[in-house]
Structure formats: structure tokens, C-alpha cells
Design a protein around this ligand. Structure first.
Ligand code: RIB
Length: 302
């Protein structure tokens, strides 16, 4: 079987992860137990997860002209990802993400977009040959919304399927301009921001998912962490249960889910199965510290 061809258009960041007992109060200095630096960014994480699961992955992205830029490109290449269209922006910093992980494995993330902000529609045109040769294009929201909309329109014209992970949540995202995506994969808090509806119970999540379906999006997959994932499509709503694990660091679990779902969906054409496999892959990523560092290779996973 040919490898699935996936183009990820989006961000890269350097993650500065501090493991904390608690956040300091204003004006207070406290000691945190540990720190770790690693490669991150939602786009790069999804690309790396898909590449580790042996898809043929290309990334369209921008790095800064600082020490992080070349290292980010080398990291992508070390995973076999095509970086022909990962460009360096002069006089701009790379994206950076200070992250705080608490003892319950919950994370709080700040992102400084840096060069990621410079990925423009013209860059998408420039990389059109990659897009044309893809089985799926994956997008997130750490780049300009105009670039996201432009890519969706181009993929629609070329009949290339699109998966949009609307992360981080952006209240300015126009549902009208993204409703032609094939897969829309928010987590609960992104679903809440986008719909303005409550999402505490699975019943409420189903209603918010139905709202998106009514707005014209065909397939919505809500990642719900320890509750698994919910699939909302024209045939109905179903919950695909999680793998229960002892979580240590949930950073990047949503990205692990997206990268893995994309690979297994393209390989099998079976959405339920791909969600179930992605639930397992994402859960296992939370049992190790770090973002990309916590992702398993296909051999380790299967
Ligand atoms: O989804 C996790 C990612 O969000 C981190 O790698 C961080 O860089 C931010 O983009």
C-alpha cells in the first residue's frame, strides 16, 4: 500500500515546558521541580505524529532567523518530513511556547507566534504542487485566519480533502468560511468558544456539535480527553471511548490525535476505527513528558 500523502500547513514552535506544583501568585517567586525544552507547535506536532506513523508528510511553515529556526527544520527533516516549503523569515523570531504542566498533567500554554504570522496566501500558492499531490491537507489556527481560509478554498477547488483543527480557539473564526472542510476536530473548550454553547456534559457537547453540523460542516470530531471522542455527522452522534491511562503530561495530546487520525483514516477509510486508534495514540502520548518527545513510532505503537 502506498503511504498516505499528508500536507500540514501551520505552525512550529519551540516548547519551553515548566513542570509546576502550582502557578506563582502575582509578585511571588516559587521553585518549580523541572524544565524541559522541545520542538512543538500544533502544525509541527501533527506533522511529526503522522510521520512517526509512517505517512509521507510535507510541511508548509515559517521559522525565524534565530537559533531555533535551523534546529526546527532539522528536527522536521529528522522525522523524514519534506521541508522544501519551510522558509526562514529575516529579522523575525521563531514561534515559542512557554508551557506550564501541573501535577494532574493539565497544561497552560502561552504562544508567541513569531514567524508563523508570516505564512501568507502567496506562500500557499507557491507550495501548490505539494497540495495538489496530497491525500489530505491539515490546518490549525496558529497562523493567520486569511491563510487558513485561502487554503480551504484552494483545496476545495482542487478537490483535496481538508481537516481543520480549530486550535487554539479563535472567536473570530468564521464558520461560514470553513464549513466546506471535510473534518473539523475541536476539543471541548474550542467547541464552546466557537458555538457559544455549554459543553460540560456529553449531551451538551452533542448539541454544540449538532449546531456545527447545521451550519454546514459535514463531520465533526470532538476530542474530550479522558472521555474519549465524539463523532457528529449526518448519520448521528456517537462516543468513541478512550484508553484509560495514568497521565503525566497532556501537552500535544490533541495533536497526536489529529496526526494519527489522519494516517489511519487515509489507510482504512474507516472514521470510527481511525478515531479509536487516535484515542489510543493520544492517550499513550500523555504517559510520557514533553510534546513531540512523547509520540510513539509506528513500531512502538502497533
Ligand atoms: O498543542 C500543543 C502545542 O501548542 C505545543 O507544542 C505548543 O507549541 C502550542 O503550539
Amino acid at each position: 500500500m502506498d503511504k498516505p500523502r499528508i500536507t500540514v500547513i501551520g505552525s512550529n514552535m519551540v516548547d519551553l515546558i515548566t513542570y509546576i506544583e502550582r502557578m506563582p501568585d502575582r509578585g511571588e517567586t516559587i521553585v518549580a521541580p523541572a524544565f524541559s525544552m522541545g520542538f512543538g507547535g500544533k502544525g509541527a506536532n501533527q506533522a511529526v505524529a503522522a510521520a512517526m506513523l509512517e505517512a509521507d508528510v510535507r510541511m508548509i511553515s515559517k521559522v525565524g532567523d534565530d537559533i531555533f529556526g535551523p534546529n526546527t527544520i532539522s528536527n522536521l527533516r529528522s522525522h523524514g518530513i519534506n521541508t522544501d516549503y519551510v522558509e526562514t523569515v529575516p529579522e523575525k523570531s521563531s514561534g515559542v511556547a512557554p508551557i506550564f504542566v501541573d501535577p494532574d498533567s493539565n497544561n497552560s500554554i502561552l504562544i508567541i507566534k513569531g514567524a508563523n504570522e508570516d505564512l501568507k496566501p502567496a506562500d500557499i500558492d507557491y507550495a501548490r504542487s505539494h497540495i495538489e499531490n496530497s491525500d489530505l491537507v491539515i490546518l490549525q489556527l496558529e497562523i493567520n485566519l486569511e491563510t487558513v481560509y485561502y487554503t480551504i478554498d484552494l483545496c476545495n477547488k482542487l478537490s483535496i480533502p481538508v481537516l481543520l483543527n480549530p486550535a487554539p480557539a479563535d472567536p473570530y473564526l468564521s464558520l461560514d468560511r470553513i464549513r466546506t472542510v471535510d473534518f473539523f476536530v475541536p476539543n471541548e473548550s474550542e467547541l464552546k468558544t466557537l458555538t457559544g454553547m455549554p459543553v460540560e456534559t456529553t449531551g451538551q457537547i452533542a448539541e454544540a456539535g449538532q449546531y456545527l453540523l447545521d451550519s454546514g460542516i459535514q463531520t465533526i470530531i470532538v476530542t474530550m480527553g479522558e472521555r474519549g471522542a465524539m463523532l457528529v455527522d449526518p448519520s448521528g452522534t456517537k462516543i468513541i471511548p478512550p484508553l484509560s491511562v495514568e497521565s503525566l503530561d497532556s501537552t500535544g495530546a490533541g495533536d497526536a490525535f489529529v496526526g494519527c487520525f489522519a494516517v489511519y483514516y487515509l489507510e482504512t477509510g474507516d472514521i470510527d476505527k481511525a478515531i479509536s486508534v487516535a484515542n489510543r495514540y493520544a492517550a499513550l502520548s500523555t504517559t510520557k513528558p514533553g510534546t513531540q518527545k512523547s509520540f510513539l513510532t509506528r513500531k512502538e505503537f502497533v
